[in-house]
Design a protein around this ligand. Structure first.
Ligand code: SF4
Length: 355
């Protein structure tokens, strides 16, 4: 790691070979020191979180990806589509709980027309105009284009004008075609995902990018994924954060490589991403996916954002509810402080950041 450390300190960009070496290194402390120095150069002691509600508007999906435990078929018990009354009710409740960001992501439901997606955005905005909307993955924009005949470019422009401010990073999975064939064969290809993001950035939308790990991928696939993201970021500058997501294989058709990835694998992945993606401002570790203890450790290995409250009825602890308070803003701030950082509330665009 010493050679890589010297080159990073000199402002040099690391190579794919370096990334492979970092993903396999036994020198966790050496790797962590490099990642932490990169993080500190960008953010000092500041660590970010948000107050957000998730609107998963439907779980009926025509793709039924083998990796997915969320989707179902029309008519299955548990299949749902949120109507606008319910959307408004949830958003109003979220606002009462102090949320300022709405994260809209759902499945590809053939019963829904483009108008439904438009109504989702207008309903949220009608509740409160200044809500920051993180709306629809690249996969969903591609699907909307297919069902409506409108170009992705036009749709992204329309939704930006309607109030969507950023795109979540979902659907990226792992770009490699063979991996995708095994985990999500009907989903848009890695190239298509990147093309939607390129267009989104061009029309003025920011976005995140995810990386799903702990399934059938190898280190080489991870590095290829990071390489393609870094290249697009060089071109557009529109990505805000990389969000690596650990895959859990329960109730899916693809077994997880490990029931849980080992702590050191996770550390290597996040630290490598921080060092390799020198043009990404943020590396985000979602506490909901990884658990608080892991995320606190990762903050010393390159992570500067821990995700959001996600509401889920939990943020109401600020208002005195007695159910577990693991998702409250207070709990998130405490977690960051305990790890030795200064909590900064922000949104997916990292605007209006406040300590
Ligand atoms: S497209 Fe998304 S919601 Fe649909 S099956 Fe695949 S991962 Fe699940």
């Amino acid at each position: 790691m010493r050679d890589i450390a010297e080159r990073v300190a000199a402002g040099e960009r690391v190579t794919e070979g370096d990334a492979l070496a970092m993903l396999a290194t036994p020198d966790i402390n050496g790797l962590g020191a490099i990642a932490d120095a990169v993080r500190a150069r960008l953010h000092d002691r500041r660590a970010f979180y948000g107050c957000s509600v998730n609107l998963n508007y439907t779980n009926v999906c025509e793709l039924r990806c083998p990796l997915c435990a969320f989707s179902c078929d029309e008519g299955d018990s548990g299949a749902y589509v949120l109507d606008m009354e319910e959307v408004a009710r949830r958003v109003r409740h979220a606002c009462d709980c102090g949320v300022d960001q709405v994260h809209i992501v759902g499945a590809l439901n053939p019963a829904l027309e483009l108008d439904y997606y438009r109504q989702l955005v207008s309903t949220v905005k009608a509740v409160r105009e200044d809500l920051y909307i993180v709306g629809f993955t690249a996969t969903e924009y591609d699907y909307m284009s297919q069902i409506s005949g409108a170009s992705v470019d036009r749709l992204l422009t329309e939704f930006r004008e309607a109030g969507v401010s950023a795109l979540p990073g979902g659907g990226a999975e792992v770009f490699d075609a063979e991996v995708r064939q095994r985990i999500a064969p009907k989903k848009i290809s890695g190239d298509q995902w990147l093309a939607v993001m390129r267009t989104a950035h061009r029309v003025g939308l920011r976005s995140n990018a995810t990386l799903l790990y702990n399934h059938v991928e190898t280190d080489a696939h991870v590095v290829d994924h990071l390489r393609r993201l870094r290249a697009l970021q060089d071109e557009t500058g529109g990505f805000q954060a990389l969000v690596p997501l650990p895959y859990h294989g329960e109730r899916t058709e693809v077994p997880a490589r490990r029931r849980r990835p080992t702590g050191l694998d996770t550390v290597r992945l996040f630290a490598t991403a921080r060092i390799y993606l020198d043009n990404f401002p943020h590396i985000k570790a979602l506490w909901m996916y990884l658990g608080w203890k892991t995320v606190q450790a990762l903050m010393h290995f390159g992570v500067d954002d821990i995700g959001a409250t996600y509401l889920n009825e939990k943020i109401v602890h600020a208002a005195g509810a007695s159910t577990p308070d693991s998702g409250s803003e207070e709990a998130l701030r405490g977690m960051i402080q305990q790890a030795g950082f200064t909590p900064v509330r922000t949104n997916a665009g990292y605007e209006k950041a406040s300590e």
